[in-house]
Write a protein that binds this ligand. Structure first.
Ligand SMILES: [Zn+2]
Length: 291
């Protein structure tokens, strides 16, 4: 089971999230036939979106994370909500890049760094909140750290990591997001910085310790971390037949008629989960009537 925890530490002046999302990434890998480097990029992005969604205030709100760095992977798109539902895709799932070291996938080369990170917060109001910031290095964690600092004026530390087996299955995927509040004492801030600087690779922590709680104990050691909330996070797509009908209707009268004449039916596949929706001739005709 994939799990996310919300924590506080440092006398309430440090807050953060830890997430373990290997199962949702394995599901995404199977759906999209992801190459290792594509899986690493999407796993990091899904972990980040799962955590960012927990900063939302209410049900029905959602966050979209879009990363486009001009690299061969194309765009990474993730959508998550406060209930722990996450979906994600990449434009080119079969991309391969040369590893940085035999062990280390080159996510930055796949993503590219000539582009931007966009965060869309749908707060169930008229206009969504949209924040953007240029990419730093395409490794995603550093890009998000810069985004939070410059676009939301929130000093943060973001760690994201995915480890993949030789048969491409996901060994581990996880991350953390830690933010400090202005009232933090200098002593606590120094202690936090020293902890973050001295950490072993995050993939190693998640591989050895398995749970977000155990990783939290290591990352925030000496800062008296407390778990405020914990929840399951899952790969969950919210596509539906109604939405696909809306998509068909939006094509317009003429296009629908062409579909009926040429194929006598239509099939629409959801890009996030690959679920296919079929519409026969009479169903298509009904949609035209609704226009
Ligand atoms: Zn779907």
């Amino acid at each position: 089971m994939d799990k996310l925890i919300r924590v506080t530490a440092g006398e309430g002046q440090i807050r953060g999230f830890f997430v373990q999302n290997a199962e949702m990434l394995e599901q995404a890998r199977t759906i999209h036939q992801l190459s290792p480097v594509a899986a690493a990029a999407l796993g990091r992005s899904m972990a980040a979106s799962a955590m960012m969604a927990q900063m939302l205030k209410g049900k029905g709100q959602k966050i979209t994370l879009r990363i486009n760095g001009g690299g061969p992977l194309g765009t990474i798109l993730c959508v998550a909500n406060i209930e722990g539902h996450v979906k994600g895709l990449v434009d080119h799932p079969q991309v391969e890049t040369e590893n940085l070291t035999p062990e280390k996938l080159n996510v930055g080369a796949a993503v590219g760094k000539e582009g931007e990170i966009t965060i869309i917060k749908d707060l169930s109001m008229k206009a969504p909140y949209i924040g953007k910031y240029p990419l730093t290095n395409g490794e995603i964690a550093e890009d998000l750290t810069a985004y939070f600092l410059h676009s939301e004026q929130q000093p943060s530390s973001v760690g994201l990591s995915v480890k993949i087996d030789v048969d491409y299955t996901i060994i581990t995927s996880g991350g953390f997001m830690i933010q400090v509040l202005p009232e933090i004492s200098e002593e606590q801030l120094r202690l936090l910085e020293a902890r973050l600087m001295g950490l072993p690779p995050l993939s190693q922590l998640y591989e050895n310790l398995k749970t977000p709680e155990a990783v939290m104990e290591v990352v925030l050691e000496g800062l008296e971390p407390k778990i405020v909330e914990e929840k399951e996070v899952v790969f969950n797509c919210d596509c539906s037949r109604e939405r696909m009908e809306e998509a068909l209707i939006s094509l317009g009268h003429k296009e629908l008629k062409v579909m009926i004449e040429e194929d006598g039916e239509a099939e629409i596949t959801c890009h996030f989960c690959n679920k296919a929706y079929q519409f026969n001739e009479s169903q298509l005709r009904k949609l035209i009537e609704e226009l």
